[in-house]
Design a protein around this ligand. Structure first.
Ligand SMILES: CC/C=C\C=C\CC(=O)SCCNC(=O)CCNC(=O)[C@H](O)C(C)(C)COP(=O)(O)OP(=O)(O)OC[C@H]1O[C@@H](n2cnc3c(N)ncnc32)[C@H](O)[C@@H]1OP(=O)(O)O
Length: 719
């Protein structure tokens, strides 16, 4: 909806009304068309101001309408009609003008913005391009290089930068609508000829081909298979090389290729999944909207290794006062320097003062006595963590939330070390903790809804995508990673190389293949866990029994590498070789290839040809199958939780929506059929046995992902 009122005698004020962000739904577009027509034909109206209700100009096209057939007036002629009027039209931008919202503002003759508002064309992040004239008007207004950068990244721009770039005409700290109304009155009678951006020539660019070649190279490299950024470059090139009308035609053609693409669907799904995970629920029935978080102003971190340092930085950057505790004096000094450095660099990047004063350091655990919440981040050892939890229970004031950053240990077991297990949750950060967006908030059967709500809210404050998950081995992310990695190891046994497996996964869109990732994080991490699980047996050297542990197929390849000191990048060798320890450039290693040949010969393993398709199906379907088990077990409440975890924490390509969305795109029946096939060929790999929830979904006609929760609910109610 849009409402027209007359203010200050002769200003037609059009207010967009579609909470919460005044998205341009069919009704809003119709409202704009009608009110503009009315204002233009009203002789008492001398100028028009367009603003948004509730402090937001407009969040762009209504993304929820994208899946359905288009109804209501289209955006492009609506914006052209505004630009063509003979009465000045001025946009009053508060909150945000994004996507179609900014395109609407670019169709106005002037733009006034509040100092705290931001603008941008983020369509690329939804798998689209700014196709309501944005790709043609913005380069004409601010020049090709700046427009290219904004359109291909989707970056939001502050009011100050928008003014500097020339996107807006004035910034105000006062009431935006009042200021804009005054401004509109002041320009009545001025010629509008020079205010219609579509009539501007595109500012010339010296060496146009080079500019676009560089831009194309940059987006191809960073997009890793995403098509929208490439298409955005093509659209801006049209603005730079074609007259406006032809450029608009090209914009529409390019948009048509994107609009119905699988990538756009996946990215739009991710947009809503990222927001849906904040509406968490627990199997007990506790929910986000009925659980009140506690206020947290003072936090503490115990253990200042890599993770603890990152967590302290994330907390301080969120404005919390932090007590950072490390019992080793030397480690404490090093940590202090490292944390200060990270805070300083972060502040410089964001143009703010570093929050150095918010962090205090101590080697005494007593220092956390007044903290509202403590995050334990000591070495991954159950006995050590138990001791810390016992100490914390004695030291902390009543009601303090005790959190563990464990990635592999049992949160319930740790909770049982304290007299108040309801105050214990896992806060599983991902390295580097002040950078990575994902936070798994792990609740046990005794965690109180308030503890979960508090950890979730704290995650949000730190700018994380926080996902509430149940407690189990590996929680969600690492639990699914296990079968994925195992398949990669088995593929090496069957004839693949690390390079082949990684190439297949990286072409799929992962930032890093499984072996390069393993080299980066260190092979010794998994080795330690397998040793603790009683899986490592250096004496089992040959024969089939060497590859069967605890009744199932096992690949000792990782253990054998660790026995050779090949711990990955830090050792200068792992699945690849590196110029020196710590170097990041992975090179194929003839030693490793030879080692694999000898290993296969020793175990009588025949080598066969393995193609990329098999790598993807074996690794990804094993991971997806575990995802279905997680849903069946109630560890994750819905597929969006799993997908958010993989997109924000595990480098899953966003334009493929996450593993569960991807399964739906490939076809659940197809995934089931391939898993059945692989399980038949590898009956000693239980992970490949299709999960009953997957069978159930296929039997229910493979409903769309938005309907899976209904099937899951039925499964749970029958348990
Ligand atoms: C032929 C032409 C066809 C298509 C043209 C497309 C051009 C476009 O305009 S595409 C859309 C471009 N716009 C965006 O990408 C902006 C997306 N929104 C945001 O970035 C943010 O929501 C925000 C506007 C900056 C506000 O942020 P915040 O205050 O943090 O609130 P949120 O939690 O993000 O959002 C609140 C609520 O609003 C829903 N929502 C936001 N934007 C849209 C939208 N454009 N369409 C529909 N719904 C939107 C969001 O999902 C939240 O609701 P939930 O129920 O919680 O999901």
């Amino acid at each position: 909806m849009a409402q027209l009122t007359r203010v200050s005698g002769s200003v037609g004020l059009i207010t967009l009304q579609n909470p919460p962000v005044n998205a341009l739904s069919a009704a809003v577009r119709q409202g704009i068309v009608d009110t503009v027509k009315k204002a233009v034909s009203d002789p008492l109206v001398k100028c028009v101001v367009i603003c948004g209700q509730n402090g937001v100009f407009c969040g762009g096209a209504d993304i929820r309408e994208f899946g359905a057939p288009m109804t209501g007036p289209p955006l492009v002629p609506m914006i052209h009609a505004i630009e063509a009027t003979n009465k000045p039209v001025v946009a009053a931008i508060e909150g945000a003008a994004l996507g179609g919202g900014l395109e609407l503002a670019l169709g106005c003759h002037y733009r006034i913005i509040h100092s705290k508002a931001r603008v941008g064309l983020p369509e690329v992040t939804l798998g689209l391009l700014p196709a309501a004239g944005g790709s043609q008007r913005l380069p004409r207004l601010i020049g090709v290089p700046a427009a290219l950068e904004l359109i291909t990244t989707g970056r939001h721009v502050s009011a100050a930068e928008a003014l500097k770039l020339g996107i807006v005409d004035q910034v105000t700290d006062d009431n935006t609508v009042d200021t804009t109304v005054k401004f509109a009155l002041s320009v009545v009678g001025r010629s509008l000829e020079s205010r219609r951006i579509s009539t501007f020539p595109c500012p010339p660019v010296s060496d146009l081909d080079a500019v676009f070649d560089v831009a194309m190279q940059r987006v191809r490299q960073s997009a890793r298979g995403a098509i929208a950024p490439v298409t955005c470059v093509q659209a801006v090139r049209a603005a730079a090389t074609l007259p406006y009308t032809q450029g608009m035609k090209r914009e529409q053609e390019l948009m048509a290729t994107l609009f119905t693409s699988g990538q756009a669907r996946a990215l739009q799904y991710c947009f809503f999944a990222q927001r849906a995970v904040s509406r968490w629920s627990m199997p007990s029935g506790a929910r986000w909207d009925t659980s009140k978080p506690r206020p947290i102003s003072k936090a503490a971190v115990i253990g200042l290794g890599t993770m603890g340092r990152g967590i302290a930085v994330a907390l301080a950057q969120a404005g919390l006062s932090v007590v950072a505790v490390e019992t080793q004096e030397k480690q404490l000094m090093d940590a202090k320097q490292a944390v200060s450095g990270m805070l300083e660099r972060g502040a410089k990047r964001r143009g703010v003062a570093p929050a150095l004063g918010l962090v205090s350091y101590s080697h005494n655990i007593q220092a956390v006595a007044e903290a509202d919440l403590v995050i334990e981040a000591v070495f991954e050892d159950m006995d050590l963590k138990k001791k810390v939890f016992q100490q914390l229970s004695a030291v902390c004031k009543p009601g303090t939330l005790l959190c563990t950053n464990t990635s592999s240990l049992d949160v319930d077991h740790l909770a049982s070390q304290t007299p108040s297990p309801e105050l214990v949750v896992g806060m599983h950060f991902f390295a580097p903790a002040h950078v990575m967006k994902l936070l798994e908030v792990v609740y046990g059967p005794r965690s109180s809804p308030q503890a979960v709500a508090t950890a979730m809210q704290l995650g949000k404050k730190m700018g994380k995508v926080s996902v509430a998950v149940g407690n189990c081995r590996g929680f969600v992310g690492n639990r699914m990673l296990k079968p994925y990695m195992e398949q990669a190891f088995f593929l090496l046994e069957e004839g693949a190389t690390p390079e082949l497996v990684d190439q297949a996964l990286e072409e799929f869109g992962f930032a890093m293949g499984v072996f390069r990732m393993s080299d980066l994080s260190g092979l010794d991490v998994g080795w330690r866990v397998r040793k603790a699980d009683g899986l490592v047996d250096p004496d089992a050297t040959s024969g089939r029994s060497a590859r069967i542990r605890q009744g199932r197929r096992y690949s000792p390849l990782g253990d054998l590498l660790c026995e050779q000191g090949r711990f990955g990048q830090k050792a200068g060798r792992g699945w690849y070789q590196y110029d020196k320890p710590g170097s990041r450039v992975a090179k194929p290693d003839p030693w490793l290839h030879n080692f694999l040949e000898q290993y296969r010969a020793r175990h009588g393993l025949g080598v066969r040809h393995i193609d990329h398709q098999e790598v993807l199906e074996r690794c990804l379907y094993a991971l997806i199958n575990e995802g279905f088990r997680i849903l069946e077990d109630g560890i994750a409440a819905g597929p969006e939780d799993i997908d958010a975890i993989y997109v924000f924490g595990y480098g899953w390509p966003r334009y493929r929506g996450g593993p569960m969305f991807y399964a739906g795109m490939v076809g659940l029946a197809n995934v089931l059929e391939r898993l059945e096939h692989f399980h038949q060929v590898h009956p000693d790999v239980p992970y490949l046995q299709p999960c009953s929830l997957l069978r159930r979904l296929v039997a229910s006609g493979s409903p769309p992902i938005q309907k899976w929760r209904e099937v899951i609910r039925k499964v749970h109610s029958q348990l």
